[in-house]
Each structure stands twice: as structure tokens, then as C-alpha cells.
Design a protein. Sequence first.
Length: 468
Amino acid sequence: MEFERFILFFLILSISSGSVLAVGFGNMPSQREFIFSPGAQYEIPFAVVNSPTIRVSAYTSTVEEPSTVGTPEDNNVMRYVTLVDPDPDGPPRGVALRFDLPQQLRPGRYEIYVLSSEVAPSDGGTVGSMAASRLMFTLHVLRQDKFIELTSFQALPVPQGVSANATIGVVSRTLQDISSIAAEIRLYRDGALIKSVWSTPEPLPSKESALLIANIDTDDLTGGDYDINATIHYDGNSIDSWSETLKVGTLHVRLVNHSPTLTYNTTNRLFFSIGNEWNRELRDVYAEVRIGAQTKKSPSQNIPPFGQTQYDLYIDRDESLLPGRVDVNISVTFQDYDSVGKRYVTKSESFTAPIDIILPPEPEQGWLEKNMVYIGVGIVVLLFIMMVVIIVLLLRRPKERAPLASSPRVPPSNAQAASQAPSVRPVSSAAAQQPSKQASPASLSSPQTAPVVPPVTSTKPVSGAAKP
């Protein structure tokens, strides 16, 4: 049931969001560069595809100047370009770009672009992604004076001792023939000029192209990268090229980088990168690493020409590797194909990598350890506040009242005492020895109830009683 719901949801989402189509071009024209010819007409057909509704437009990157129309400085190329579209914003179809050239245009290079893009549906639907594609056409208007254009410049890597060829592609953009053209190639290393070589001079007819080749001898060069540039000389004119790199290979590897530190008394990851200085692939490249009493071997890898590969090893915990700098020996073994002997030759190279053994970082304190001082201060403050509160409560507590004193009692006369005395009970001699209390005069006049007579402990009359 859940699976069916998922499928239904996916279908609804697909229908509502529309399709994502890679709108593009079909039946691509084989020629998209043209040489200007006064009054010429060109029509280049092609197709736009991969969308139910496609909009096609044409434009140029040239800043046009309408005031120059009809003059030798006319650069309004789009005035002479027409996009032939039988069904604008329609389905996939064939279209064409037509040139109706004037008698003159300003010399130079004109780039005309054709853009095809999807059109959003008009029924309220949406397009998931508006795709577009662009096609470029070039129109060259040749100059009266001698002028060339550089089209390519490269120098392929070679092994040391093998000659390298620097090739420069040029094309004539002039109505005149060039009687002699040659390229000067200069080699630099670290900004210093090493040498310069020339290509063989040759003629270059109007509208034609050529490939200038300069031979570079590498017998006196060490392996490495060289910056090269070129200056093309032709009939008293010159033009400079951009810079390129010539790689002169040697059958060596190099230690590119390595781990700068290892942690004391811990299992460590040691990484290092090995670079191939050769212009061919090195096969089965592996390394043996010796550090302290340990020897570790890496897996084998192939390294492409002038490429590099990283290796990772794990060094076991070793208390003998004390903090400080140690030299790690890295021995690299690789194979190269010997084209003369038709076999692979195994070679090895060793490197020393200085690595620092460092102490492990202090363990990071937890929240309790980090805030122990604040916690202690808080506890002290809290205790102090509690003590103050307790003291205040004690000071504000009401004093305990003393019990009310009983009214003074008048000892009765002997006769009264005798009449009110209860039956005689034996008492201890200690109780009989207690003296009786005297009554004050105020107590005699008091209207209060007669006091309770204490029990008589003796049959003898009480002596010392106050007389009324």
C-alpha cells in the first residue's frame, strides 16, 4: 500500500512539475566560419530539437554603430543577418541563418550567436527547468594591411635528451600574401632565459593557415618545467603569443610532501605524496618507510606522466620515538618500460623526510572542570547567604514569656487548717521540714477564691503563722 502511494505521488509530481528537456541543435553545420566577400550570400541550415516549444533568436557580441552603415567603418553585422524560422516558438524544426553581406564592412572578427530556449507552456503549467543552448558562427572581414591571427601554441612533454617540438598555429587575416613568417621560441626557468630557438621561415598566402614548428634540444636541459613563449615575425611585423609550459622528463620520482608531525606514544597516520618526473607512466610504484625500529610497506599504484599519488601508512605506537625531530627514510620502487629491451625495468630511489615527534595535546577539560572555580565561588556565596538568613531569623524570633505568678496565698489558721486538712498520710521527713510561706497583707484583702491548702504533713500545729 505504501509503495502504491509513493508511485502515485511520483506520477503527480512529474505531471505537475513538467519535464526537463535538454533543448539543443541537430544537423549541425560542418562550416561555421566564413570569410567576408562583398555582396555574398550564405545560408546555413540546422535544426532545433528536444523540446515541444522552442524559441530561436540571433544576436552578436559586437557593439554596433548605426551611424557607420554604408561606410568602410560599417560594423552593423546583424543588419545583414536574418534568422529563417518557419514556426516561431513551435515544436522541433529546421531553421537557417542567412547572410546578405554588403559591399564593405569594417575589417575584423564578428561573432554571431544563435540561441534556442524552451518556452513556458501557455496553459498555466510550469517547466521544471528552462534549458537553452547556444551556437556560434564567425565572420572574418580581412584587412588590407598584412595581419595574422594565432590559433594554437603547444609543446608536448619529452624525456631529457629527446628533442621537443613547439608548434604555433597561425592564419592569415589579410588580403595580401605574406612572403616570410617565422616564430622565435624562448625558454625560461625561474624567470631566467635559458635559450631561444627559431622555426624555419616560410611564406603564408592570403586567407591561408600554417603550422610553425621550432625544434628544442633538451640534451643540455635538466628535468623539470620550463616556461615558453613565442614571437611570430612576418614581413616586418610581429605578434606575441601567450605562455605555455614545456615539461622535460627524467626517469626519477620525487617526494612532493609528507606529514610534518607525529604524536608521541600513539598510533599515527603518516601520509606522503610521490611525483613522477618521467614523461611516461610509472607502474607498480610502492614505498617502504623506516622510522625507528619499524618498517612499513605501502600498496602499489601507477603514477601518470608528470603526475603524483598520495600514500597513507599507519605507524605503530612506539615509546622509543621520543619527542623531537627524527629522520624518516622513504624508499620508492617503480617500474618503467624499456623500449629498447622491450621489457620493464625496476628502479628505486630513497628520500629522507624530517618529521617532528610532538607530545599529545592536553585533554580538553569538561564543563565541570572548566567552571570549577565559578562553582566553588557560587557554593561559598550560597553558604554565606544561608548563614545570614539563619542569623536574621534567630534575631527576629520573639522571646519566650515567663509563666504568670500565682496569687499570694494566706496560710490558714490552726483551726481552719485542722478542719480542712485531709486524712493524715505518712510523709517523708524531708517534706515535713519545709517551712511554710507567709502571706502578705495584700493577699488578705483579695476577693479571690481561697487558696488551696497544701496537705498537712504533721499533726502538730504549724508554728510561726501570722496572726490576723
